[in-house]
Design a protein around this ligand. Structure first.
Ligand SMILES: NC(=O)c1ccc[n+]([C@@H]2O[C@H](COP(=O)([O-])OP(=O)(O)OC[C@H]3O[C@@H](n4cnc5c(N)ncnc54)[C@H](O)[C@@H]3O)[C@@H](O)[C@H]2O)c1
Ligand SMILES: O=CCCC(=O)O
Length: 502
């Protein structure tokens, strides 16, 4: 594995990158409330994680800002729905999609600077984010109702789909673009308005996307953005009666807290929460394919995705060979700043993320695991941790219960299919699960028995605009993307027209 090029991560690293933006007006540090960009004397710093230096300071919204944004979004939403059709909202979204694609290099640079992921991954995320807007531009035209045979004579009964209203959108830093568009796309397609609280670690990408949404013609008050570090102010989204729905992606703890608060006004909820994905390699697997899958779904975004493999269960007979093949690939990874073209592993988002990986590694080693590769944080100013492979990890290790959210691949061994399924399901989480096997019967059986919302069989890639995204158990509820994503932002209204003989 290559070492970190500390010269590339010198203090002016991000200044040079920002100067090179083709459209510098996309780097915005204001809130967007009631159709106006709003600066504030009160700001919070956003860090560039490979140098741990301040990338910029962003308006820190207070309670009054949230209340103003919610009120304005609430007044604008019925007018938006009444004055548009699914087709016209689809056209607005299509225009927004085109602007994101046209500006993908700049958005990827901003995303890369605030999140730390490699530029290639950042570009991939921008295109992935845009794909949700394109998808829901189409879905906007497919909000069908049904006609229901009535049991009462001379009566017609039918349903329509209407927007749920004002949606509070709260998202995490690991996908600064895609987590926004996967929610805002269907919300706008349905005819809702949104008040977004972007992640405080990565607000700049959201603000750039918002500017493009307004340029695309989306009425300004329909989309409002309140960056903040002030959690009390942000919880207004969960308590204000004018907000009809909360769509949250983030940790299970915060999700539960928001659900409790939202219960006060019985808001509709979508919760995309934490994961602890099992990744099972059976002895009948194609091991090269399994290694490829593990590299993608473990080390994507430096291990900071909710669907990352967290526990690698490998059948005893192939454990040595799989481990050797995985270590060879991991050793070729190159840590460094995301904008450096040689980099294939960026930094983690902040110091506490590094500390959590350290804790999981130390705990596994104390319980008998062995370092096959990596295992430590390099001595430099950024938030790096070496991509790490541990073997012989035991079931009582912290990493078997808790999502590392970092570049740690812990290998556990198992003997039978039954044992693998039991281990995989032994968690309160149920977001994603993966397994590799060439046996079709086993593929059908195991896919059915894994208690997760999404399964990857012989692949580590499960995310796409058309794929229903969401978990079970304490990983939350609701489905994003796909043919189900729109209905999370709609209500079904039934209309009964009676006494038609009168
Ligand atoms: N299921 C999914 O689709 C998915 C996707 C990405 C991340 N995640 C999960 O998110 C977690 C990592 O993200 P994180 O550390 O940013 O999570 P987090 O829960 O701390 O934060 C998520 C968002 O909630 C905000 N927030 C935190 N406390 C709040 C409060 N009291 N009121 C209002 N908003 C509040 C944060 O500022 C951020 O915008 C991991 O557990 C990961 O698995 C899940
Ligand atoms: O981290 C959560 C989202 C990742 C994805 O959409 O694949």
């Amino acid at each position: 594995m290559g070492s970190i090029d500390t010269k590339a991560s010198s203090a002016d690293y991000h200044e040079r990158a920002l100067t090179a933006l083709k459209d510098k007006s996309l780097f915005i540090s204001d809130a967007f409330i009631d159709g106006k960009w709003k600066s504030s004397d009160k700001t919070f710093p956003v860090y560039e994680p490979s140098t741990a230096t301040v990338l910029g300071k962003v308006a820190d919204c207070d309670l009054a800002d949230f209340q103003n944004a919610i009120k304005s979004a609430s007044e604008a939403q019925p007018k938006f729905f009444a004055s548009t059709t699914g087709t016209s909202r689809g056209a607005l979204l299509r225009k927004w999609y085109e602007l994101i694609i046209q500006n993908q290099d700049d958005i990827a640079t901003i995303l890369c600077l605030e999140n730390g992921k490699t530029y290639a991954e950042a570009k991939g995320e921008v295109v992935y984010a845009a794909s949700f807007i394109a998808w829901f531009a189409e879905e906007a035209t497919r909000a069908y109702g049904v006609t229901i045979p009535s049991s009462t004579p001379h009566t017609t009964l039918y349903t329509t789909r209407e927007p749920v209203g004002v949606c509070g959108i709260i998202t995490p830093w690991n996908f600064p673009a895609a987590m926004i568009t996967r929610k805002v796309g269907p919300a706008l397609a349905a005819g809702c308005s949104v008040v977004i609280k972007p992640p405080s670690e990565t607000p700049f990408t959201c603000l750039a996307l918002t500017k493009l949404a307004v340029e695309a013609g989306i009425p300004p008050a329909i989309i409002q953005v309140c960056p903040t570090k002030n959690r009390e102010a942000a919880t207004e989204l969960a308590t204000n009666p004018l907000v009809n729905k909360i769509s949250f992606t983030g940790s299970t703890g915060v999700g539960k807290m928001l659900a409790k608060l939202a219960a006060g006004t019985l808001k509709k909820l979508s919760l995309e929460l934490g994961g602890n994905a099992p990744f099972i390699v059976f002895d009948d697997a194609d091991l090269d394919l399994a290694v490829e899958g593990a590299m993608f779904c473990k080390f994507r975004c430096t291990g900071q995705t909710c669907v990352c493999a967290n526990r690698l269960y490998v059948q005893k007979g192939v454990a040595k060979e799989f481990t050797a093949k995985l270590v060879k690939k991991v050793a070729a990874l190159q840590m460094g700043p995301g904008l450096d073209t040689k980099t294939t592993q960026g930094p983690l988002v902040n110091k506490s993320a590094v500390d959590k990986v350290k804790e999981h590694v130390a705990d596994a080693l104390s319980k008998g695991a062995k370092v096959e590769f990596g295992g430590s944080a390099p001595d430099n100013s950024g938030f790096f941790f070496e991509p790490t492979v541990l073997s012989g990890v035991t079931a009582d290790a912290l990493v078997s219960k808790d999502e590392t959210f970092g570049p740690l691949a812990p290998i556990f061994e198992f003997e039978t299919e039954e044992e693998a399924i039991k281990l995989a399901n032994d968690t309160e989480f149920g977001l994603a699960g993966y397994f590799f096997s060439r046996n079709i019967g086993r593929a059908m059986r195991v896919a059915q028995r894994l208690q997760v919302g999404m399964v990857g069989v012989n692949t580590g890639k499960i995310s796409a605009a058309e794929a229903p995204f969401g978990g079970v158990k304490e990983s939350g509820y609701g489905k994003e993307g796909s043919l189900y994503g729109l209905e999370d932002y709609q209500i079904i209204k039934s209309v009964t027209i009676g006494n038609q003989d009168a």
